[in-house]
Ligand binder design. Sequence first.
Ligand code: TXA
Ligand code: MG
Length: 318
Amino acid sequence: MSVHNPSRDAISMAADHLRNGRLVAFPTETVYGLGGDATNAEAVAKIFAAKSRPRFNPLIIHVPDLIAAKQFGDFGASAEALAQNFWPGALALVVPLQQKSEIADLVTAGLDTIAIRVPDHPIAQQLLHAVGRPLAAPSANRSGAVSPTRADHVAADLCDEVAMILDGGATPFGIESTVVSAIGNDVMLLRPGAVSRQDIEVLDDIQLSQPRNPDSKVRSPGQLQSHYAPQAHVRLNATSAEPGEALLAFGPNVPVHHGAMLNLSPTGDIVEAAAGLFSALRELDQTGVATIAVMEVPKDGLGEAINDRLNRAAAPRS
Ligand code: TXA
Ligand code: MG
């Protein structure tokens, strides 16, 4: 495995690896992706193996633009409107799978729908153009662990599994894309993420269906209860931290704490908090504490995605 600055040579080397069925980690505007050729079943199998990911969890494919996306998915009026408004960007759309697409079955885990995203990151875009094939790319971490927002996070988790890491520095959003299914007129938020619910709901033609009730069939199989979890236990809505705990703070009013502490945003900026969330969890985890106490983070805008990830990090581990 080697880590490369994204020079033109490095991108064409990465494209060669991908065309030969090897895996390459690359930055997107959300988190680093563990990329493999989505038309090559063996490459896709390597992704599942590298992440130790449960087989039933389907992957997002990444393409350079909407025209490419239409080779693989059927875009109805709602999906088209969402793509026009948010692509390139941090929105993954689940649409019906094109019947004769060349996508490996493992990508969709046997579903008749496919999640597609057009990333808005220059390195991801250059790579997609250079490869000329759709890339299946989950976040480049072991399944269930905290998503990587820097190249060294990827190297720590997957150094033996990837042929190459393209280092684009810290990812701007730091939290995964929003997953929305748009099948016919039924538009549903499956995973809160870097595009907020409010951003979507301002569109005139788009009506988000009510969030599914927790007992209903899981529509986005990646939404496992325990996910994004550090080694340490996570205690939510902390107003102070006990001795021996680490404190993950938010905002200007921080309780006195003598142990390890990081503040997601001393000014209370939710975007800054999202960008630093996963690296803060990793950093506090590396201090070896048994518990990370997390202060309350507001739930509006990107706060919905942050709270979703924090709830999963705190969920009982199976
Ligand atoms: O920001 C991101 O989306 C990152 C970067 C690398 O693009 N990728 C990412 O992929 O987070 P992954 O594989 O970790 O998450 C894919 C999510 C999972 O929640 C999965 O269940 C859902 O998308 N998904 C994929 N295909 C689906 C489908 N056909 N129907 C419903 N949900 C689907
Ligand atoms: Mg992930």
